[in-house]
Ligand binder design. Structure first.
Ligand code: S3P
Length: 169
């Protein structure tokens, strides 16, 4: 059984994913990193040179390659589940868990984390977060499980992910 983490930029998918993988003894993979390694360019360069549509196609291709991988914790990009068909691909990889963070927490975290995130390039963070959350929440909420991030320690969230993975296997 594998586990897939979805949610907004800044929700902690990579940090939680790495620690959950270690706790479970599973492999960890980050979809952005897979793409960067495959194309030999950073996500910012991909957005600048190839454009967002090409980036979204790269995400889908990478997900297709991961289908059926056992004992994996996969952290996705914030926009990954939005493309039609991707949610089904994510489900083919494993149990889909939404790391749900409030607009306030995301804005706070992302004000220090613009680097490498082209969608945040020059816009006011809180407006972008609000717009993206409004647009994306209905899709994120289709996940098999939701874990609230606000007011929970990293350790607690990691333990919840581990619990879900063990229960599913
Ligand atoms: C994106 C989130 C990023 C990355 C890209 C687009 C998004 O990943 O995939 O910049 O659309 O929200 P993180 O969620 O890991 O920051």
């Amino acid at each position: 059984m594998s586990v897939v983490l979805i949610g907004m930029m800044g929700a902690g998918k990579t940090t939680v994913g790495k620690q959950a993988a270690r706790a479970l003894g599973y492999r960890f993979a980050d979809l952005d990193e897979i793409i960067e390694e495959t194309v030999g360019r950073s996500i910012s360069e991909v957005f600048a040179r190839d454009g967002e549509t090409a980036f979204r196609e790269m995400e889908t291709t990478a997900l297709e390659d991961l289908a059926g991988t056992a004992r994996l914790v996969l952290s996705t990009g914030g926009g990954t589940p939005l493309r039609p068909g991707n949610l089904d691909l994510l489900r083919r990889i494993g149990a889909v868990i939404y790391l749900e963070a409030s607009e306030g927490l995301l804005s706070e975290r992302l004000s220090h984390g613009r680097k490498g995130r082209p969608l945040l390039a020059d816009s006011p963070i809180s407006e972008t977060v609000r717009e993206l959350l409004t647009q994306r929440s209905p899709v994120y909420e289709k996940a098999d499980f939701s874990l609230r991030v606000d007011d929970h320690s990293l350790m607690d969230v990691v333990a919840e992910v581990k619990f879900i993975a063990e229960r599913m296997s």
